[in-house]
Ligand binder design. Structure first.
Ligand SMILES: Nc1nc2c(c(=O)[nH]1)N[C@H]1C(S)=C(S)[C@@H](COP(=O)(O)O)O[C@H]1N2
Ligand SMILES: [Mo]
Length: 320
C-alpha cells in the first residue's frame, strides 16, 4: 500500500468517498505505468460520479512547499457543500444545480491587447502550463473562511503565454453565461456575465493562481470547473469561477459586484480586518466546518507577498 502517495491533508480511510477510492486506484495504475484512460476502458470498477478528464494524469501535482498554512485544511465535503456560485442561485446550497454545468469540452478565449488573440481548448491550455499544488487560505467578504489544496498554475504563466502588448494595464476575466445551464441568469437584476479584473502587476504577482483542480483532482463544477482564479489576499468574490474569457485591456474592468453595489464592493477588495464592510465588521472570520472564530489578517496573511503592490496607491479604496 505504500505506493499510494497519500497527501497529508487526506481524510481518514473510514471517511473515504467513492472519489477517494477512484483516485487511489488511479494512483496504483499510474505506478504500474497504466494511464487513467486505460483504467476506464479496462473496466477496473470505476465507481466515481466524476467523469474522466484529459487532465487526470496531472494529479497529484507536486506541492509547492513555499505555501504553508497556519490552520487545518477544510474538509472537501464542507468545501463542496457551502459555495457561492450565483449563476446557479444565491444560496450556499448550489452543488446540485451546478451539476448542469458541462465543463468539457470548454474553450477559453485569450485576447484584447495581445500579439494575437487565441481561443484554446481548456485542457490544451492547462497542459502547456507549469502545474503545481498550493495550500491557500480563502476569505469571503461575508466573513467566513476556508483553506483549500488547489491545483493550478501561476496566472503569470498564462500572461506570458498570452503575450500582452505594452498598452495592457488590466486583465479582465469573464464567466460563462447560459440561461439553459444556470437558473441564476434568470435573476435579471444581476449584471451577467460575472466579470472580475486585476492590474497587470497583480496578475503577474506569484500569488495569483489559475486553478483547475482541488483536493488532488479536477475541480468539481460547484467550485468553478474547469478553470477559475484564486487571489487569496483579496475577498473571495475576486476569485472568479468557470472562466471563458481572459482579456487584456487598458481601462479598469468593472466587476460583477462593483456593478451591483459599488458602495460595498470595489475593484481592489484587499482583505483588511481594520476596514469594515458598510454593514458588518471584517475583524474576524468564521472558519468553515469548525465554526471557530479567528482574527482576520491583513491581506489575509499574505502581506509579505503583496503589500508592495499597493504602496503608491494611497488614494484608492484598497480594502473594499
Ligand atoms: N462566476 C462566479 N465566480 C465566483 C462567484 C460567483 O458567484 N460566480 N462567487 C465568488 C465568491 S463570493 C466566493 S466566496 C468564491 C467561492 O468559491 P467556492 O465556492 O469554491 O468556495 O467564488 C467566487 N467566484
Ligand atoms: Mo465570497
Amino acid at each position: 500500500m505504500n505506493i499510494l502517495r497519500r497527501p497529508a491533508w487526506a481524510i481518514p480511510e473510514r471517511e473515504a468517498t467513492p472519489e477517494g477510492v477512484f483516485l487511489n486506484r488511479r494512483a496504483v495504475l499510474a505506478a504500474m505505468g497504466l494511464g487513467a484512460g486505460l483504467a476506464a476502458t479496462a473496466g477496473f470498477g470505476v465507481r466515481s460520479a466524476r467523469a474522466a478528464t484529459p487532465i487526470d494524469g496531472l494529479f497529484p501535482a507536486k506541492r509547492n512547499p513555499a505555501f504553508v498554512l497556519d490552520r487545518d485544511m477544510t474538509p472537501e465535503e464542507a468545501n463542496t457543500t457551502y459555495n457561492n456560485f450565483y449563476e446557479f442561485g444565491s444560496s450556499k446550497d448550489v452543488a446540485g444545480a451546478a451539476r448542469a454545468l458541462k465543463p468539457r469540452p470548454w474553450t477559453v478565449t485569450v485576447g484584447g491587447l495581445v500579439e494575437a488573440e487565441k481561443t484554446v481548448d481548456v485542457d490544451d491550455l492547462i497542459k502547456a502550463m507549469p502545474v503545481e499544488e498550493r495550500l491557500y487560505r480563502h476569505r469571503c467578504v461575508e466573513a467566513w473562511s476556508m483553506t483549500v489544496p488547489w491545483t493550478g498554475f501561476p496566472l503569470a504563466a498564462l500572461v506570458a503565454w498570452a503575450k500582452p502588448t505594452a498598452a495592457a494595464k488590466y486583465v479582465r476575466f469573464e464567466t460563462f453565461q447560459d440561461a439553459d445551464v444556470g437558473a441564476g441568469f434568470g435573476q435579471f437584476w444581476y449584471p451577467w456575465p460575472y466579470v472580475e479584473g486585476l492590474t497587470m502587476a497583480e496578475a503577474t504577482n506569484d500569488l495569483a493562481f489559475m486553478v483547475m483542480g482541488a483536493y488532488g483532482k479536477p475541480l468539481p463544477n460547484v467550485m468553478g470547473a474547469p478553470l477559475r482564479l484564486a487571489t487569496p489576499w483579496k475577498y473571495g468574490f475576486k476569485s472568479i469561477k468557470s472562466i471563458v474569457k481572459v482579456t487584456f485591456v487598458e481601462e479598469r474592468p468593472v466587476s460583477f459586484w462593483e456593478q451591483l453595489q459599488a458602495s460595498e464592493y470595489g475593484f481592489w477588495a484587499n482583505v483588511n480586518p481594520e476596514v469594515p464592510h458598510p454593514r458588518w465588521s471584517q475583524a474576524s472570520e468564521r472558519v468553515l466546518h469548525t465554526g471557530e472564530r479567528v482574527p482576520t489578517l491583513l491581506f489575509n496573511g499574505y502581506a509579505e507577498q503583496v503589500a508592495d503592490l499597493y504602496k503608491d496607491l494611497g488614494k484608492e479604496a484598497l480594502y473594499m
